[in-house]
Design a protein around this ligand. Structure first.
Ligand code: TRP
Length: 351
């Protein structure tokens, strides 16, 4: 890519050494299409961070092996996630975007950290307990050590900040435990203690369309609006969104499903539009059909440029390959340095 980018990246690397720029790492699960919840819950933050900090965003394809995808599915999902993140504006000239498995250094650090990760603490991890409850037929060692791999992802770039949601807080706590344990063991202040960071703002939780509190891929069909959805699909999904019989009193408090609809509207519509429907609700003149129509059109307008980029990028193998290669190179520089230093601290000799 261009010289300006190399220049910006190396300046940020230097500033990071002096602690003037923070190092940010976040992993993205390669589970296919992104939805509006992902956009407003995570990606929007990434876009702000990449303007200021030294950012590494990677697609966690090693992690996805815990559920045994077929090679074709794995490949297609990784590519789709990459395309969608780029379409949203994650910029390979500002951030380092890479695929986890392109960095076998991560696997080495994972192996080394595993030696000081204890069975008891891994078994107590909430996400592990949940997974064995949901998938009793597939309790593999990769699931048990999932938090160690995640710690390796974060520590390999000596991250300060990890922009993740609440559900990852425990994993981050474990990362700090592993980092401190390593530091103590080798009497060094080597790894910084990474903390969750989301620009000082509470993350917006984006509700689903089916009345559930959260937009998610694994929820019911029609619950999530995908960034790759066509206008027709969006209209159909939004028109089916759950509502109730309407307000029974002037200025009554909105029940949760209706509040959810307003929350969605606040993400994509203008303040005037939201205020307009709020007034209608409060004066009991609300017709949900009108609100949904407006919501669908505003979602379509918001998604339109992203979707166009998705369709364009999906065809551009040359560009995608270039991004992947460049990202792997940049990530390797940082990871190779860390693993080299760790090997030395541990006592592996260079012969
Ligand atoms: N566990 C994270 C999730 O489920 C994904 C992830 C893997 C990650 N490695 C990471 C997130 C490192 C932040 C940093 O969403």
């Amino acid at each position: 890519m261009n010289d300006l980018f190399i220049y910006t990246a190396s300046i940020r690397n230097i500033l990071a050494i002096f602690g003037l720029v923070k190092t940010v790492v976040s992993g993205i699960r390669s589970t296919g299409n992104l939805h509006l919840g992902n956009y407003f819950g995570a990606i929007k933050n990434f876009l702000r961070m990449q303007e200021q900090e030294r950012c590494f965003f990677f697609i966690a394809d090693y992690h996805s092996l815990t559920t045994h995808p077929t090679p074709a599915d794995l490949h297609a999902n990784v590519r789709q996630v990459l395309v969608e993140y780029l379409a949203c504006g994650i910029d390979p000239e500002k951030s380092t975007i890479y695929i986890q498995s392109d960095l076998p250094e991560t696997a080495e650090l994972y192996l080394l950290l595993n030696m000081n990760a204890y069975m008891g603490e891994l078994e107590r991890c909430t996400s592990f307990k949940e997974k064995i409850r949901k998938h009793p037929g597939n309790i593999n060692a990769g699931l048990l050590t999932y938090p160690v791999l995640m710690a390796a992802d974060i520590l390999i770039h000596k991250a300060d900040y990890v922009p993740v949601g609440k559900d990852q807080e425990q994993h981050l706590e474990m990362t700090r435990t592993f980092a401190n344990r390593f530091n103590r063991m080798y009497n060094q202040e080597y790894f910084p203690e990474p903390v969750a960071y989301n620009f000082g703002t509470e993350l917006v939780k984006i509700p689903g369309l089916d009345g559930s509190g959260k937009m998610g891929k694994s929820e019911a069909e029609g619950n999530a609006v995908m960034l790759a959805d066509s206008p027709e699909v969006i209209r159909k999904k939004v028109m089916k969104a759950m509502t109730d019989e309407g307000p029974k009193e002037i200025n009554q408090q909105k029940p949760e499903v209706i509040e959810n609809l307003f929350t969605l509207m606040k993400t994509v519509s203008t303040e005037e539009t939201v205020a307009h429907f709020d007034d209608l609700y409060n004066s009991m003149k609300m017709r949900y059909g009108d609100m949904k129509k407006q919501l669908a059109e505003d979602m379509i307008a918001f998604i339109y440029p992203i979707r166009e980029r998705i369709l364009e990028l999906a065809k551009d193998d040359i560009y995608i390959n270039k991004v992947v290669k460049k990202g792997a190179e940049k990530a390797k520089e940082s990871a190779g340095k860390t693993v080299g230093e760790v090997r030395e601290m541990i006592g592996f000799r260079k012969f």
